[in-house]
Design a binder for this molecule. Structure first.
Ligand code: SD4
Length: 298
C-alpha cells in the first residue's frame, strides 16, 4: 500500500506531484518530507514556509516536525533563517539524540549541516504585516476557511501529511509559520510531538491543524492515536478529541481545530470543530479533496 493523507486542499497538487515524482516505491518519510518541502517553497500558501504571515513585529518564524515512531521524531521551532524547517526537523531526528531544537541555535545547527541560510520574509508577507499594523484587519479574527479549490481564507493553514508506504512503514510531517501576527516567541503545536503530530506504527498516525493553543491543551494528535490503539476508528477517535477540546475551552468564532488520522492498515478520516476544513487523500490514483467525515459544530 502507498497512501498519503494531507491537510487542506492546497495539498491536492502537492500530493499529485509527489506521487508522480517519487512513485510507489518511495519511503514514507521521504514522501511526507517532500510534501512539506513543496508547501514550504510555495509562496502562495500563507502559513507554511516562505510567504507565511509574520509575527506582530513583522518577523517570520517557522515550526516543523517529523515522526516515524515514539523513539524516532524530530522538531524545530522559531526558525528564522532556513527555508525548509521540515528537513531540519528530519536532521534533528536522524543526527542527534534530541527531539526538539529551538530558535537561533537551531538555525546554527542547520548552518552546521550545510543548509543554506536565506531571508525568509518575502515582500508580500511584509506588505501584509504593514497592512495589519495599520488597521489590524482583516484576517485577525477569522477561522481558516477552505473553499476546497486550493485557496484558503483566514490567517493560518498548516500542512500536516501522513503516509503509509508500500512496505507498511508509517511517517508524518507538519510544517507551519504559525498563527498570523503571533506574539513574538510564540510556538504552536506543530513542532511538539503529540500535539500537532503523532505516529506510532502499532496504533496509527494523526496530525492537527488550527489553533495551536487548543490543540496543545488536549495533546490532540497523541490522544487520537492513543484512542485508535484502544480500538476506536479514526472518526471515533477524532470525534472524542474534538469533544475534549470543546469541553476544555470557551470556543470562539475564530477557533478551529481539525485533524486527520490514519491506521496502519489504511483506514482514515478527517474531522473539525467547524465547517471550512478539507483534506486530501491519495491512494493508487489521483489525489482527491475530501470534506471531513465529522464536524462537531457544522
Ligand atoms: C499553530 N497549528 O501554529 C498551527 C497553525 C495552524 O491552521 O495549523 N493553522 O497554531
Amino acid at each position: 500500500m502507498n497512501m498519503l493523507l494531507s491537510t487542506w486542499s492546497f495539498s491536492e497538487s502537492i500530493l499529485n506531484t509527489v506521487a508522480t515524482k517519487l512513485g510507489n516505491s518511495a519511503g514514507a518519510l521521504d514522501l511526507v518530507e517532500t510534501c512539506a518541502r513543496m508547501a514550504e517553497a510555495d509562496e502562495s500558501i500563507d502559513s507554511v514556509g516562505v510567504g507565511g504571515y509574520p509575527d506582530a513585529d513583522g518577523r517570520c518564524t517557522f515550526d516543523a516536525a517529523v515522526m516515524l515512531s515514539p523513539s524516532q521524531s524530530g522538531g524545530v521551532c522559531a526558525i528564522e533563517r532556513h527555508q525548509h524547517p521540515v528537513s531540519l526537523a528530519r536532521l534533528v531526528m536522524e543526527k542527534t539524540n534530541h527531539t526538539l531544537l529551538a530558535g537561533p541555535l537551531a538555525d546554527v545547527f542547520a548552518d552546521e549541516h550545510g543548509l543554506e541560510s536565506v531571508d525568509i520574509l518575502t515582500q508580500s508577507s511584509k506588505e501584509k504585516w504593514l497592512k495589519w499594523k495599520e488597521d489590524h484587519q482583516p484576517t485577525e479574527t477569522l477561522a481558516p476557511y477552505d473553499t476546497g479549490t486550493g485557496k484558503l481564507f483566514g490567517n493560518h493553514d498548516t500542512i500536516g501529511t501522513l503516509a503509509v508506504d508500500a512496505r507498511g512503514t508509517m511517517a508524518g510531517a507538519c510544517s507551519t509559520s504559525g498563527m498570523a501576527w503571533k506574539v513574538p516567541g510564540r510556538v504552536g503545536d506543530s513542532p511538539i510531538i503529540g500535539h500537532g503530530l503523532y505516529v506510532d506504527p502499532k496504533r496509527g498516525a494523526a496530525t492537527a491543524t488550527g489553533h495551536g493553543e487548543l490543540i496543545s491543551g488536549v495533546c490532540s494528535s497523541f490522544l487520537v492515536v492513543e484512542l485508535m490503539g484502544r480500538g476506536a476508528s479514526p472518526i471515533e477517535a477524532i470525534q472524542e478529541m474534538l469533544e475534549r477540546v470543546e469541553h476544555s475551552y470557551d470556543i470562539e468564532s475564530e477557533h478551529q481545530v481539525a485533524c486527520i488520522a490514519l491506521t496502519p492498515d489504511g483506514q482514515f478520516a478527517g474531522g473539525a470543530l467547524r465547517d471550512g476544513f478539507t483534506y486530501v487523500v491519495c491512494k493508487n490514483g489521483p489525489a482527491e479533496v475530501k470534506s471531513p467525515e465529522f464536524v462537531l459544530n457544522p
